[in-house]
Design a protein around this ligand. Sequence first.
Ligand code: DSN
Length: 435
Amino acid sequence: MNYYEHIQTEDPELYELLEGEEERQRDGLELIPSENYVSRAVREAMSSALTNKYSEGYPGRRYYGGQQFTDQVELIAIDRAKKLFGASHANVQPLGGANANIATYMALMNPGDTVLGMDLSHGGHLTHGHPVTYISKIFNFVRYKMKDIETGEIDYDALRETALKEKPKVILAGFSAYPRELDWQRISDIAKEVDAVSVADVAHISGLIAGGSQKNPFEYGFDVMTTTTHKTLRGPRGGMILVNGKNGRGVNGADDASRAEDIAKKIDKAVFPGLQGGPHMHQIAAKAISFREALHPSFKVYAKHVVENAQAMAEVFQNAGVRLITGGTSNHLILADVFGSLGISGHDAETLLDQAGITLNKNSIAEDVRKPMDPSGIRFGTPAMTTRGFGKAESTQVAGLMIDVLTKRDEATVAKAREAIRTLAQEHSVPDSFL
Ligand code: DSN
């Protein structure tokens, strides 16, 4: 089946590139832990007529006419998002995770106010105020770190001390390269103690939360969650902000709803008109479809397998003597110190594995002795391969092939691994539907 029939006729140059990417995804293995494959239904929504429509505003309060279908689409997406995460409010308009975070900062703070977040080198994210971002010039970001890199334990005492000293308006808990679960209760309690709004950036793990294989920060009193929709949640590329109506922090301890409503109003204003223009309605329709898929019982099985597969891969690496940051994984991702353990840099490991048909990314590790463009680590994970139906046996096999390539590094080993990966990929095509 040719999904690009019209592109093939109208723009053969682009057609070749799109077909090339189809083939790359089909015959190789995607181990970047922030990537996944969406269903055909989600892809259809992404190319629907909704891409033609402007819908500034919110359902029932738009700045343009012709919203009889878009309003319904957005309301369905909101309703499903709320159900998935136990939220009292959902804003499904953020175009991506960065927008969701920036809008949340804008909603909850004034310029110059302080945010306490995880250090990037210990697993945090650029949008948590890294000095290279514009947002770091607007707000004052202070940091917490791990206490023990070998176990991944966060230094919660230092986090509390910093919170008491710096009086942040927002305490941000979340990560893009941290393989363990956070102590949501502890962070939520600290936020309460210093009267900060607690925000969980669950971009990486929102699918695991929705599928019940990771704890939901809302159950521990977090006020807000931000997320992307395209990682473990397996939706279209995009973002979302959720508010907790049962945060246990209502005015005078009595009325959680009014605190939540106040936060929700500020977030909606910050997303539009504060930060974005017209929402991408085709993307919102695709989000709605993926949320329905995530509400299906089969998604629980998927989320469980993602974690089991990651743990199976971690075991192979550890048995081969590779140091894993935090000593293993409790979620979907693994951060391996390949330079310290095997003497190959993260960059070279990424390149070599790419040649074997395995896509992952080089990554700095905590207290890295090397530079970010050629760090000591590689980061990889299982959301995409689990979508293809890989189980523990296949995950173990893939990890074994990776170790072979990274230790032997000769052409014959890479070629042999490439063949084995192609066969595995062909035996596990991405299903058209997950239901
Ligand atoms: N780029 C994403 C990741 O790979 O984790 C985060 O934004």
